[in-house]
Write a protein that binds this ligand. Structure first.
Ligand code: GDP
Ligand code: MG
Length: 304
């Protein structure tokens, strides 16, 4: 085992930057997706890459935004804890977005500057979605801005979707993690963690569909999980809780359009994640005040 490496990588970046896509690409088929065991809820273990020579745990941290309230404090803590315990920080951003809308760079990424610097960990900045930039010189201002913002960081233009530049990025990660034995069995998959991952996936798609209008008043609980291993299929039923009545309509959308889109996106991702056909049903329920209800938060895996 002396040549074996083990490391934790915190994956930071605004929603839609391509974090899940990158993780899926890295994890490939030899994957164990686990979510937190009880004692590790504050560090969200999202994916483990195991090869013969290294094991890398990717911590997909919750988005970092202007936050209020009990749950939001928890989410922030959880993000910072992931940072504190990691060996490498990856800042992932949608370079195509900032190439066309430079003003968003500051807005979306400035909250990351100080906490990342405070960790003192090596930083890799990933300029994702390079495949979408047809006019390559428009990438230069983004590159420039990224190197001004994180002067110590190495910068990688990649396409997580197409797999361009991702090998070099993975090598850079491996170069920066310490020697150490694997901490997890390489086949660790269990239903309970997968449920958590499924709920997170749905929540993310919801967040994305609403253009970040209602981030943290929303929670997702998996109520039904029926696996038919022979058929390679899983039936998942999930309830989306929202703290405000008027948000219910927004979530559902005109004639159910938004909910349908969320369902489609989530199902697609869950399909890939689970390697099974997914039948997904979503309901929306109003539960006022839940973001300040410690018992409910605990039940949702969002508190201690
Ligand atoms: P996350 O919110 O950061 O986890 O982002 P996702 O991985 O869910 O990706 C958000 C969207 O961007 C999805 O529609 C992805 O297919 C798309 N996406 C991610 N990476 C790339 C990329 O390299 N190129 C392109 N064109 N799209 C990408
Ligand atoms: Mg994601």
């Amino acid at each position: 085992m002396t040549d074996h490496k083990f490391g934790m990588v915190a994956l930071l970046g605004p929603p839609n930057a391509g974090k899940s896509t990158l993780m899926n690409r890295f994890l490939g088929q030899k994957v164990a997706i686990v979510s937190p065991r009880p004692q590790t809820t504050r560090n969200r273990i999202s994916g483990i890459l195991s090869t013969d020579t290294e094991q890398i745990v990717f911590l997909d941290t919750p988005g970092i935004h202007r936050l209020r309230g009990r749950m939001n404090r928890f989410l922030l803590d959880s993000a910072w804890n992931a940072l504190a315990g990691c060996d490498v920080v990856i800042i992932m951003l949608d370079a195509a977005l900032y190439a066309s809308k430079p003003h968003l760079f500051e807005k979306e990424l400035s909250p990351l500057i100080k906490p990342v610097a405070d960790t003192g960990r090596p930083v890799l900045v990933v300029l994702n979605k390079a495949d979408r930039i047809k006019d390559k010189p428009t990438l230069l201002p983004v590159l420039q801005k990224a190197s001004e913002t994180w002067p110590e960081a190495e910068i990688f233009p990649v396409s997580a979707l197409k797999g361009q530049g991702t090998d070099a990025l993975l090598q850079a990660i491996v170069d920066r993690i310490p020697q150490g034995p694997p901490m997890y069995p390489d086949d660790q998959v269990s239903t309970v963690p997968l449920r958590f991952m499924a709920a997170e996936t749905i929540r993310e798609k919801l967040f994305y569909s609403l253009q970040q209008e209602l981030p943290y008043g929303t929670a997702v609980e998996i109520e039904l999980w029926e696996e038919d291993e022979k058929a390679g299929r899983v039936n998942i039923g999930a309830v989306i809780y929202t703290s405000k009545k008027n948000h219910k309509g927004m979530i559902i959308g005109k004639q159910g359009a938004n909910l349908k889109e969320v369902g489609t996106r989530a199902r697609k991702e869950l399909n890939e994640m689970l390697g099974m056909k997914v039948h997904l049903e979503l309901w929306v329920k109003v539960r006022s005040g839940w973001t300040e209800d410690p018992g409910f938060l605990r039940a949702m895996g969002l508190g201690e």
